[in-house]
Design a protein around this ligand. Structure first.
Ligand code: HEC
Ligand code: HEC
Length: 293
């Protein structure tokens, strides 16, 4: 319906609608707003044509400019790999000793190694490699399987007690449970072992017990742990004369180790990490173990 009524105050036409006694003016959208709407719509249509926009099934409209976040990211990953290449290729080509002598390379090893360690090893060995019960401390210079980056790299590649054909095999028999020793013998030898690293464990009262324990040790344990009880890296038998325990050094824990045996499991890494990453990690772990062999 055409309304020809004119508002006397503004001089504009009204729409004819009346709300609570107020007549509505027939005011068109301001030109500026209209222009803005037209421009933004045109902009959108132009962008749809130029850039990847609409999903269509498994793919999407690629846009005539061919710009793609995925290819941009891939390119920048490639670029950073190339930026790293100079030191990576040096790590690959130099020997462990040569790398250790090169402070600049070792600085890269420390940062990259720390990162790799955090991603792959910290869950068991702790962020700083200090270990916890059942998981050895890697930040000391005491090695079950031998120190030095070559031995460590081998431990990483094949793992410990794994299915790998060359796995390191470390089996501490269950002397108590499998009845190779009776209960008293287990306690005697545990007391003797405990006295090796803790002089206060040896008292006037238990001197006989420790003697008996020493005898059990001589006949049963030296094959793996050695006559001096300092261990054997070939068999993964740890040194029992220091205070660094994998499974705890209280008399109770030592009895538990001897009674039930121990077979620590460490995964293999040769399929999960590249040879270069294993080399960097071996250097890093050796380095946090104060680099002492
Ligand atoms: C699932 C737990 C676990 C993870 C993950 C793990 N380890 Fe281990 N690691 C162990 C255990 C358990 C042992 C001790 C095995 C034994 O009793 O001999 C061990 C032993 C080692 C040893 C031998 C220590 C010695 O004194 O000779 C090295 C070196 C080592 N780990 C390094 C690493 C590095 C580097 C990583 C990461 C790439 C890693 N581990 C990840 C559980 C783990
Ligand atoms: C067949 C070799 C073998 C014999 C024999 C053996 N051990 Fe072990 N022992 C090991 C190995 C290997 C480990 C480390 C197991 C692991 O890391 O999971 C070990 C670990 C231990 C531990 C735990 C050390 C720690 O750091 O927590 C104690 C304690 C121990 N042995 C005591 C003895 C005593 C005592 C005897 C003799 C009654 C004995 N072992 C005989 C191989 C042996």
């Amino acid at each position: 319906m055409e309304v020809n009524e004119v508002d006397p105050v503004s001089g504009r036409k009204t729409t004819g609608h009346i709300w609570n006694g107020i007549k509505e003016l027939d005011t068109p959208i301001p030109r500026g707003v209209l222009l803005f709407l037209i421009v933004t719509h045109l902009f959108a249509v132009l962008w749809w044509v130029l850039l990847p926009t609409w999903p269509i099934g498994r793919t999407y409209t690629k846009g005539v400019l061919g710009i793609d976040q995925k290819t941009t990211v891939e390119a920048s990953v490639k670029e950073s790999a190339i930026a790293r290449a100079p030191w990576v290729s040096r790590i690959e080509s130099l020997s462990y000793d040569e790398i250790r002598a090169d402070e600049q390379l070792m600085a890269s090893v420390r940062t990259t190694g720390h990162q790799l360690f955090g991603d792959n090893c910290a869950a068991c060995h702790g962020r700083e490699g200090k270990g916890r019960e059942n998981y050895p401390d890697l930040s000391d210079d005491d090695w079950i399987w031998g120190g030095g980056p070559e031995a460590i790299a081998q431990t990483l590649a094949v793992g410990i007690n794994t299915r790998h054909p060359e796995t390191r095999v470390g089996q501490m028999p269950a002397f108590g449970r499998d009845e190779m020793l009776d209960r008293q013998q287990v306690i005697d030898v545990a007391t003797y072992v405990s006295s090796l690293s803790d002089p206060s464990a040896s008292t006037a009262e238990n001197i006989d017990q420790i003697d008996k324990g020493r005898e059990v040790f001589r006949t049963t344990c030296i094959a793996c742990h050695g006559e001096d009880a300092k261990g054997n890296p070939e068999l993964g038998a740890p040194n029992l004369t220091d205070r660094r325990w994998i499974y705890g050094g209280s008399l109770q824990r030592i009895i538990a180790s001897i009674h039930g045996g121990r077979q620590g499991h460490m995964p293999t890494w040769d399929e999960r990490l590249t040879p270069t990453e294993i080399k960097v990690l071996a250097l890093y772990v050796n380095d946090i173990g104060q680099g002492k062999p």
